[in-house]
Design a protein around this ligand. Structure first.
Ligand code: ZN
Length: 463
């Protein structure tokens, strides 16, 4: 039976068709929207939102533990710093992660995500084993800690245990500092099934897999993984790092004769359940084929800028109806607004034009990118999220139109104010997930406790 705590009235809400007036949202005990009705009078006894409502943003790419090293690699130690020198530092950091530290870091990270308006996250989880590479008594110990952190913070999750087998193309022997990551397709599927048994999927939790990259798996092991996945979780999401670095593109060409995206599309049935993270280096033919496949290009602009990766040809890809979503990846920034802004600014700087990623149908850049990232993020997460529509998770943000970035603006300019203006504080006043308010007046309900545990974990990592 529905009661009045399961309904909310908003003077303005961003529906799949755009902004609508006088919208009634109704959801059930499982946190799923049952009805979204625009143009109605506010029913008696139903609460009114304090501002306009927009869907919460799905974050399609996260490595939770990396949050604790954000800002620690911004100095020059060698004549030439690049992704690979950053990775050495990240590996040293990964070696010091314990189950308790990981849970504390992830919990705080997810609090930060919720405050920023991310209401779900795809966790590309690759640190699986103890420091010496041996298995924990519960093989899924670390993944379980991350799932628990998400549940505590109140963020939706798609958990993607990562298959990492080799250190390079041609089944190159793994390095000693990769031993915490290593599995076979069989042991990774075991780990996934253990995790799913201990923490069953529910309205806030789904599962998939992530072959780490073409350099870290072989064609045969990727086939074995996907075969096993379909036996247990048919249709579940598949995420892979694909073409972040020109170095890995060159190695892929040397090993296979093809570029990574072309090779993958050629050999595997890549469709809407796939997310190609960092499809940064694609040529024109690859971009067109990727767009036509229905797979999501997973873009992480602040991390890609931080690591000096390069720029994705976003205009051509979007104009071919390609699907995109955004992720915070290394968490140097935890802010979807910054990701969308930098996505557009990278194109502006490269092409020396303005409003590059607008379209005829959506002339406001922020509107087009927000709409695209909601749809792509939802597709990549394999969960019904990213829209204020019946059947979707009741995840939304309530905006503060008195914030200096939004004050005096018409509804049609609110998303531009949110994405392109940065004037301190946050214009996101409230965040609700599964119909429950977790952030109020910009503060998360467990903020103090989660931050204390995070500070303790960082102190131990530094010791
Ligand atoms: Zn990544």
């Amino acid at each position: 039976m529905r009661n009045d705590r399961h309904a909310l009235f908003a003077a303005h809400a961003y529906l799949p068709q755009g902004w609508r007036r006088d919208v009634l949202l109704e959801w059930n005990d499982e946190g799923i929207l049952e009805a979204v009705t625009p143009g109605v009078a506010a029913p008696a006894g139903v609460g009114h939102a304090d501002g306009p409502i927009v869907p919460g943003m799905p974050n399609l790419h996260s490595h939770a533990f990396q949050r604790a090293m954000a800002g620690l690699a911004e100095y020059r130690a060698h004549a030439s710093e690049n992704f690979w020198s950053w990775r050495d530092l990240m590996y040293r950091f990964a070696a010091r992660i314990t189950p308790e530290r990981l849970e504390a870091i992830a919990r705080w990270l997810y609090v930060e995500m919720l405050k920023a308006g991310y209401t779900s996250v795809c966790e590309f989880h690759y640190v699986h084993h103890a420091q010496d590479g041996s298995r924990y008594a519960n093989a899924a110990e670390l993944g379980q800690r991350v799932v628990d952190a998400a549940a505590q913070a109140g963020i939706g999750m798609t958990m993607l245990p990562v298959l990492y087998q080799y250190s390079g193309f041609g089944k190159r022997e793994p390095r000693p500092d990769q031993r915490r990551f290593l599995n076979t397709p069989e042991s990774l599927l075991d780990l996934l099934l253990t995790l799913r048994r201990e923490r069953p999927a529910n309205g806030a939790l789904a599962y998939g897999v992530a072959p780490h990259s073409l350099r870290a798996v072989s064609e045969a092991s990727l086939r074995a993984l996907l075969h096993g996945l379909d036996a247990h979780l048919p249709g579940a999401p598949i995420h892979i790092h694909i073409a972040e670095q020109t170095g890995e593109v060159d190695e892929c060409v040397a090993a296979t004769g093809r570029r990574p995206v072309a090779w993958l599309l050629d050999r595997f049935d890549v469709g809407a359940r796939w997310c190609l993270v960092h499809a940064t280096h694609v040529d024109e033919a690859e971009a067109a084929a990727l767009a036509a496949s229905g797979a999501v290009a997973g873009l992480c602009p602040t991390t890609e800028a931080n690591l000096g990766d390069g720029l994705f040809p976003a205009r051509r890809y979007l104009d071919s109806n390609g699907c995109i979503g955004i992720g915070s990846d290394s968490h140097v920034a935890v802010d979807w607004r910054a990701e969308l802004r930098l996505l557009e600014y990278g194109q502006r700087l490269m092409l020396r034009q303005r409003n590059v990623l607008a379209s005829e149908a959506r002339p406001q850049v922020a509107d087009r990118l927000f709409h695209a990232a909601l749809a792509g993020g939802a597709r990549a997460s394999g969960r019904a999220v990213g829209a204020l529509a019946p059947g979707c998770r009741a995840d939304w943000l309530i905006l503060d139109v008195a914030h200096p970035s939004l004050h005096g603006r018409e509804p049609g300019d609110w998303l531009s104010g949110i994405v392109f203006c940065e004037h301190g504080g946050t214009p996101i006043a409230e965040v609700h997930t599964g119909g429950r308010r977790v952030v109020h007046e910009g503060r998360h309900e467990d903020e103090d406790e989660a931050y204390a545990a995070y500070r303790e974990a960082v102190a131990q990592l530094k010791a």
